[in-house]
Write a protein that binds this ligand. Structure first.
Ligand code: BGC
Length: 788
């Protein structure tokens, strides 16, 4: 079994380098996802150059969504395979197995973004050769991918054949998104394929070139032959390498699409041939620079990122440091920070899982990182949701509501809901399998608004609110206003028939999380209407016009919101136990012993023994639900009740979603449950990095990357935004001596160090007031120390 290792090497390498120390063909998916490289524009799975049975090669360009057929939903196409290199060594195809590799190591360097594989291979005829593969995706020129292999025969002279190029036979598990419109070999070496998506008509150009070096010298004529095949174009390179000498085949590629940001200014998407021309020009420049120079340029960007974003943990005990950097690495490659037309996928750009769609994962789990560490990027993400108002309005109308009802799954800004309603077929009965989340998992609408107001509190970005934020708040509240149901016999408004965060429970009434979050959305909107009426007449006028077009007015909306808010049912803690029911009738559900499923190393084992219907009738949850609510809205009950609810619901939570443990850990931190908080943290941090070899095949767990960041900063760091103020109530884990993280608070750059007996805040900005360890204090410009 391959082992993920992040401890080898020098002190510095220990905390930056992740290594796979052995190879097993069965588990190629693990490193393909975990070692994904990218820059937010492009994501490249770290598939190996030579082909293996279970490999899922993947390259994704943000925003290039397409529908493969009319019955399928929009998804992010798997563009083509650019990493392939089939190598023949003295007539034998290079392929690794347990018997022929004498040495093996494969690493991802989080600091530079480069991957490296070193193999000492022995062929059937006894020939021994050392191969060293390197690859990176540039963060400087986001279209560029650099790769090379170095081949060094150890005990013989070696005849080598390398077949390498562009393979566009790739599909999304069989769904064909692209057709070819051009294929060329320019100057007998610049290979290019022009493709266009079948429905959305996005043009994509993938281009590649090889450079061959023998004993360090560039050999012009080595790329001897072009092989043209259906949906493929390759170069065949033949070499003879003397014993002990090294030959190197460099492969530089570029990827461009007609949806690229560079084209937006011109107002219209370019023709495919222009995209191809730009791809070729870029390739020629990149080829000239070569791998090392391109890598250096990209490394400089990464260096800047780490200088700003690194979290340093002083601990000798465990793998926390590298796990946190791993989360930061993926957070950095999942977002296209300048492009407000694209969101973040649940698997980011690391795999086909969840079809590249954005969920509440973005706002509730990932967004807090950007809001506090990179506020400009947070704004871009919110602007994406503003653009998404178009689709959200469309969804509201389709479902018979008013205002804006955000899609549970979002793709391109104008798509609206893209959750697949039918996810497959029950092969035993022929019945379609229905997914209801796109219809009744509705809390995402208020999750977006909650995030938006947290952002406003953290940044004071009034410009955002004026342009977008107020409108989003009002439009979403209009949705809830039309969604609430008056239940005569209970004399109150209710929200019936939803799915809450716990997706194991469908068609529930009054999911506490949904009701409280909707209430907050409505409260904020009522506050906005009052504020813009007095202070922002132009915005008031714009919104009033919109209301009037629909035969209503802001005054009427305000009145209705105030009335309905008062009468909306907010589930209260049980008088005796203090427990808030997750939804109506929760306490009547059957209780069973969940320990065997909770302790299982893979998720979903409860379904080995029970049907979906059985689980629906049990007190067994998929993920944080009430615990998520109490994290976001701690004031809805007493600290004592919060503790009781945590204990009650944790026992009933299977953590079958990666959106669960980090949130539990933060709550455990708040409650002073040190050991539980730390165990949950490490378990969340190792979701992708741990030894479970199959769980990341479809891509990494993006939400959990944000969850891990929140766990460090909000949990152990004790950061919270309360009533517009910053609160720091740190809980340094006993395994750590101290830890330091960067943060922006209302434009002030802060560097916060939490140690055993207090906090140090270096404030690069202006003085401000905060609540630190229970005291209201002034955080002055410069260094501030607060001791317990
Ligand atoms: C979780 C959702 C999540 C989705 C995408 C599901 O398994 O239950 O909460 O949004 O995955 O990550």
């Amino acid at each position: 079994m391959p082992v993920m290792n992040y401890r080898k090497g020098t002190e510095k390498e220990k905390s930056w380098i992740i290594e796979e120390t052995s190879f097993n063909e069965k588990y190629t998916g693990k490193c393909e996802s975990v070692f994904t490289q990218g820059n937010g524009y492009l994501g490249l799975r770290n598939s190996l150059e030579e082909q293996y049975l279970n490999t899922v090669r993947g390259m994704f360009i943000t925003g290039t969504f397409n529908k493969a057929s009319k019955d399928e939903v929009t998804e992010l196409p798997n563009v083509s395979d650019i990493v392939n290199m089939e190598i023949e060594l003295n007539g034998e195809r290079f392929s690794m197995n347990e018997n022929n590799i004498k040495e093996y190591s494969r690493t991802l360097n989080l600091y530079t973004g480069e991957t490296c594989r070193n193999v000492l291979w022995k062929g059937k005829n006894g020939d021994i050769v050392h191969l060293s593969f390197h690859r990176f995706v540039s963060y400087e020129n986001v279209h560029v991918i650099g790769a090379y292999v170095e081949i060094k025969p150890v005990n013989c002279e070696m005849k080598v054949k390398v077949v390498s190029g562009i393979d566009a036979q790739v599909t999304n598990h069989g769904a064909q998104h692209l057709t070819e419109f051009s294929k060329r070999a320019f100057e007998e070496k610049f290979l290019q394929m022009g493709m266009v998506t079948t429905e959305s008509a996005v043009s994509i150009a993938v281009s590649t070139v090889h450079k061959v070096f023998q004993s360090g010298k560039y050999t012009e004529d080595a790329a001897s032959k072009i092989i043209d095949d259906r949906r493929k174009i390759h170069a065949e390179i033949q070499l003879v390498i003397p014993q002990g000498e090294t030959a190197r085949v460099e492969k530089i590629s570029t990827v461009h699409s007609s949806r690229d940001l560079e084209y937006v200014a011109s107002g219209k998407e370019p023709e495919g041939e222009n995209v191809c021309r730009d791809g070729l020009d870029n390739l020629k420049e990149a080829e000239e620079k070569g791998y090392e120079t391109l890598l250096e340029e990209s490394k400089k960007v990464w260096e800047k990122i780490w200088k700003k974003q690194d979290i340093q943990i002083d601990s000798k005990e465990d793998d926390a440091q590298i796990a946190v950097r791993f989360a930061l690495y993926h957070l950095q490659i999942m977002v296209r920070r300048e492009d407000n037309r694209v969101g973040i996928g649940a698997k980011a750009l690391s795999g086909e899982g969840y079809k590249g769609h954005s969920f509440w994962d973005t706002e509730t789990f990932i967004f807090p990182y950007f809001q506090m560490a990179e506020p400009e990027t947070a704004r871009t993400l919110l602007e994406f949701r503003y653009k998404g108002l178009y689709g959200a309005r469309k969804k509201a109308i389709e479902n018979g509501y008013k205002g804006a009802m955000y899609p549970w799954e979002a793709a391109w800004v104008s798509d609206g809901e893209v959750t697949p309603y039918v996810t497959g077929v029950n092969v035993h009965t022929g019945e379609p399998m229905i997914c209801l989340t796109g219809v009744i998992e509705q809390h995402i609408t208020s999750d977006i608004i909650f995030a938006l107001w947290q952002y406003y509190a953290a940044t004071d970005d009034q410009d955002f609110m004026d342009r977008y934020g107020y409108e989003m708040t009002i439009e979403t509240a209009r949705f809830w206003n039309s969604r609430l149901e008056w239940i005569e016999e209970n004399n109150r408004y209710e929200i019936r028939d939803v799915i809450g965060p716990d997706e194991y429970k469908e068609h529930v009434d009054n999911n506490a999380y949904t009701n409280y979050m909707a209430h907050e959305n409505m409260r904020l909107a009522a506050q906005v209407i009052a504020c813009i009426r007095d202070e922002k007449k132009d915005i008031y006028g714009k919104m009033q016009k919109l209301m009037q077009e629909e035969g209503t007015s802001l005054e009427q909306l305000e009145e209705e919101l105030k009335d309905k808010m008062k009468k909306l049912y907010l589930p209260q803690p049980d008088e005796k136990t203090g427990i808030i029911p997750q939804f109506d009738g929760y306490f009547d559900l059957k209780e069973i012993d969940l320990s065997v499923y909770k302790n299982a190393s893979v998720v979903g084992t409860v379904f080995h023994d029970y049907s979906g219907e059985d689980v629906q009738g049990m007190q067994a949850g998929k993920q944080a639900d009430i615990v998520e609510l109490l994290y976001q809205m701690e004031d809805i009950t007493t600290p004592d009740n919060k503790a009781k609810n945590y204990v009650y619901y944790e026992a009933r939570t299977l953590h079958d979603s990666s959106l669960s443990k980090a949130i539990h850990s933060i709550t455990a931190c708040d409650l002073g449950m040190e050991k539980e908080a730390y165990d949950m943290f490490m378990s969340a941090a190792l979701t992708d990095l741990g030894q479970e070899m199959k769980s990341s095949d479809a891509g990494i767990h993006s939400a959990n990357m944000g969850g891990v960041w929140q766990d460090v900063v909000m949990g152990f760091g004790g950061i919270r935004i309360r009533d517009g103020h910053l609160r720091i109530a740190p809980n340094c884990p006993k395994q750590w001596e101290k830890f330091t993280y960067p943060l922006y608070w209302k434009g002030n750059e802060l560097h916060i160090t939490v140690c055993k007996d207090g906090v140090e805040v270096i404030n690069e900005g202006e003085d401000f007031e905060a609540e630190i360890m229970g005291q209201t204090v002034t955080v002055s410009k410069g260094k501030n120390e607060f001791r317990a």
